[in-house]
Write a protein that binds this ligand. Sequence first.
Ligand code: GLN
Length: 380
Amino acid sequence: MQIKSKLPRVGTTIFTVMSGLANQVGAINLSQGFPNFNPSDRLQQLVYEHMQRGDNQYSPMPGLLPLRERIAEKMERAYGRPLDPDTEITITAGGTQAIFCAIAAFVHPGDEVILIEPCYDSYRPSVETVGGTAVPYALSAPDYRIDWAAVGRLVTPRTRMLCINTPNNPTGTLLREADMLAISRLLKNTDILVMSDEVYEHLIFDSEPHASALRYPELYERSLCIYSFGKTYHNTGWKTGYCIAPPELTREFRKVHQFNVFSANHPMQAAFADFMADPAKYLGLPEFYQRKRDVFQQAMANTRFRAVPCSGTYFQLYDYSRISAEPDLDFCKRLTTEFGVAAIPVSSFFSNGRDDKVVRFCFAKTEDMLERAGELLARV
Ligand code: GLN
């Protein structure tokens, strides 16, 4: 039997590969992005209470209404946009599933999707699964600055979507107001949609605001904005997120979502709805993660790695060109097996595997683990 792969160049994701290797050799795992600490006890307790109360069957397809109402309140407070929970918010089985549905609902075979690279590794396979073509625009370290005129030159009559991500995984950079206005101008009078991946919305440092697509009316009109509870409440394994989009876009999004997962975890949604009534539960996040970034940078100060500036997310890039010329994947594997710290090679975030000798560390970890990682990496 001949199997005709839809993704012939795709293997197992780098997150699974590196976490697997880290577990196998007992290394500190700073590769795949997830916290090594638990979500709030109260939140866990709420999940259990809802399970006991009987919230164990399917939730409504778009998600529990009380949760969508809490999200609408939060977004209006944070970004000044009133939202209709009925027609603009859909709860998903995590950010990655929302990204897939946002792409699958709108990208037709032969359509082009502009990706700004380095970018999260699910974007391109999502585009290709539905027969689209990814058109990458590659940025360079250390500032990864975007020239929107150059992005504009990639637009063709087949362009269906532009994928943006702020704060950015893996670079730790932000899109700012000028970027969002430039995107609005660039796409004005076109039918091009925007997939705005904002899953790290609360992980922004040095008191900067989050330039959400929700803040810009002309941009929001054409946007599917993606969020993640996992990043905000320290429970990436609960796989719960959401998509916010204007009613016409949400209608199409849900057509795909309903036949992809139908609905997300019911007891988790019910617990989040209760928990979100208190904004204090997420408003402290920038300081919480900024401190971790600083502790990690401090722990790395005695190493030969060179830090790339990090303004957001829980990822910190380091240039290792002073240490080695080996390919970044080999270097990451060697760091894991010989030095006991796992990282992600940034070449995995480029379509063409470009290797700038930069690796990504996740600092969503307890301070003792970050300090220990710094000690181990000082030996490299
Ligand atoms: N978003 C997280 C990361 O970039 C993990 C994603 C995953 O494991 N699929 O590390």
